[in-house]
Design a protein. Structure first.
Length: 133
């Protein structure tokens, strides 16, 4: 059975509550999260290619972009993983970079699962005319 805490670990519910629900932007959240899922997949594909090519400068820049996107939706673990890739690409430490890149891929998968769960909750609340906050 799914543990709600698992979702919160990869998607900061407090951040979402403050920055979307309390700020009056709840209606935008499903679209923003869906767009994030689509765009993060593109970023991850590009990161994979740049990693394989050892294009460290572009890898760092792409990881920086993903970090900002993840931060904007409260995906802190993913943002931190992207920052680690960014920093290790800049330092050219291949061993650490490989480790951090693998952690980034894992964080991305877990974040995507958390977002899918959040989208389901938002959809159910909308279908039942429930206020989340």
């Amino acid at each position: 059975m799914d543990n709600p805490k698992d979702n919160a670990e990869f998607l900061d519910e407090e951040y979402i509550r403050i920055n979307y629900h309390e700020a009056g932007f709840s209606y935008l959240l499903p679209e923003i999260l869906t767009l994030f899922l689509e765009q993060s997949a593109v970023h991850l594909q590009k990161l994979e290619l740049l990693f394989q090519q050892s294009n460290l400068h572009e890898l760092s820049a792409e990881a920086h972009t993903l970090k900002g996107s993840a931060s904007s939706i409260g995906a802190t673990i993913l943002a931190n993983a992207a920052q680690s890739v960014e920093e290790n690409a800049e330092s050219s430490n291949q061993e650490n970079l490989t480790l951090m890149f693998n952690k980034l891929k894992q964080a991305s998968e877990s974040t995507n699962i958390a977002i899918a769960k959040e989208l389901k909750v938002l959809s159910e609340a909308e279908n039942n005319d429930l206020e989340l906050f």
